[in-house]
Design a protein around this ligand. Structure first.
Ligand SMILES: [Zn+2]
Length: 431
């Protein structure tokens, strides 16, 4: 018991030291009216520092991280955001905090509710050090993709409540509406629930596999290789892992050496508007590099100006039987398609007598004769009545339906094949 109290005392002392060092760093940063950079990191001229802080609005961008989503943070080339999951666990989280403090780096943390209940002082240390904290469920289940939504909601809500309890009266101000799904086991219902609460889901752009039983050297290698492959993004780490503690100083040193910058992310509030961005900045690669359509050269007008082969069609060619223009129906809009077919049939322009003579023999008059009967009978009424409208299941319709069914089957098969689409394929990402 005495030992425990002593340990606790030492821990508080350490936290106090880190806290004051950070407050000092914060003051320096504020005095310079710029985020901390290597030059103003006290006692460490080699620090990588935090190059800038971006403010994001979760409601405008509810899901980020290219491991799973189309959007990621609006980072510039060679900018990296550090994110740490699963803490706080004082044994290792305190060491991560000390490394970050010595490098004047601010990071984003995703805390587990049960850990926050067990180590509430660990939560407060993170906030006092100026890091951003989000949540990561109450018990870290790796089944968020297949549990009943009520249970998933409870995991999310309880996790938030636990971290808030650790934070005390300032909870609402200190807890960011940022969330990471354990194991990145996403599900649409979970995503919808979080979006409805204005909480941003953070996937990641690159993990370093630091939850696996690998060496810290391997964690370092994977982090650097994967960051280099994408050039910018969110790095997923775990502050509870000893191998991460061992790898982090080298990761930061190498990033600095290679010209990378660390970016800190905070949520928008009524007094802190989101950093202005363009939509394409939320994509890892700007759309102009991947979407070819916008770059097709336009067909020059002179091509048509000199063409004499076809006469310009008359307005009447486009007119429906009612005289109005036929609306351009969507190709798969069935009622529209039928109307289009009828109207086109009705406006075939009459051929000139000369044209007919040149191509087809004039039909005999007998072809048009209808036997005259003294009294109409049900049979003659049927014969003279206009034809029934085309049944919906004509041959063309059947082909269309078959094609559509095959298309949708193909899409389903493609979905099933696509890696990472099904939530069940994400296991092992270890968020
Ligand atoms: Zn996790």
């Amino acid at each position: 018991m005495a030992d425990k109290a002593q340990n606790e005392g030492r821990r508080r002392q350490r936290a106090g030291l880190i806290g004051s060092a950070l407050s000092f760093g914060l003051l320096i940063g504020l005095a310079a009216a710029q985020p901390a950079s290597a030059a103003d990191c006290p006692g460490n001229p080699d620090a990588i520092g935090t190059s800038r802080t971006i403010v994001v609005d979760p409601r405008q961008h509810p899901r980020i991280g290219t491991m799973q989503y189309p959007e990621t943070l609006p980072l510039r080339d060679h900018e990296v955001v550090l994110s740490f999951d699963d803490g706080p666990l004082p044994r290792n989280s305190d060491k991560i905090l000390a490394i970050l403090a010595s490098q004047c780096v601010k990071a984003n943390f995703f805390l587990i509710g049960e850990m926050a209940r067990t180590y509430p002082e660990g939560v407060r240390k993170l906030v006092d050090a100026g890091h951003t904290i989000g949540t990561h469920t109450q018990t870290h289940p790796l089944t968020m993709n297949r549990m009943p939504i009520e249970r998933a909601e409870a995991e999310i809500d309880d996790g938030i409540a636990s971290v808030k309890a650790a934070l005390g009266p300032d909870a609402d101000k200190s807890l960011a509406p940022f969330f990471r799904i354990p194991g990145l086991e996403r599900a649409t219902a979970v995503e919808n629930y979080l979006a409805s609460k204005g909480i941003q889901i953070w996937s990641a752009d690159f993990p370093a596999d630091d939850w696996r039983h690998i060496s810290s050297q391997r964690v370092y290698d994977l982090a650097i290789q994967r960051i280099e492959a994408k050039g910018k993004g969110i790095l997923l780490l775990h502050d509870i892992q000893a191998r991460t503690v061992a790898a982090l100083p080298r990761i930061l040193a190498t990033l600095k050496e290679k010209g990378y910058h660390i970016v800190h992310v905070v949520p928008a509030t009524p007094d802190r508007p989101a950093t202005p961005t363009e939509p394409q900045e939320w994509q890892l690669r700007p759309p102009s590099e991947t979407v070819a359509v916008r770059r097709w050269p336009e067909v020059p007008n002179f091509f048509f100006a000199n063409a004499e082969a076809f006469a310009a069609p008359a307005w009447s060619d486009f007119a429906g039987s009612s005289g109005g223009l036929v609306p351009r129906a969507e190709p798969f809009d069935r009622p529209g398609r039928r109307a289009l077919a009828r109207d086109r049939w009705a406006v075939v322009p009459p051929l000139s007598a000369q044209g007919v003579a040149n191509t087809l023999p004039i039909p005999a008059e007998a072809v048009f004769q209808i036997p005259e009967l003294p009294h109409p009978t049900p049979e003659t009424v049927a014969l003279l009545a206009p034809p029934e409208p085309r049944p919906a299941t004509s041959a063309g319709e059947a082909i269309f339906r078959r094609g559509k069914a095959e298309h949708s089957r193909g899409k389903q098969a493609a979905k099933a094949r696509k890696p990472g689409h099904a939530a069940s394929t994400t296991s092992g990402r270890g968020a």
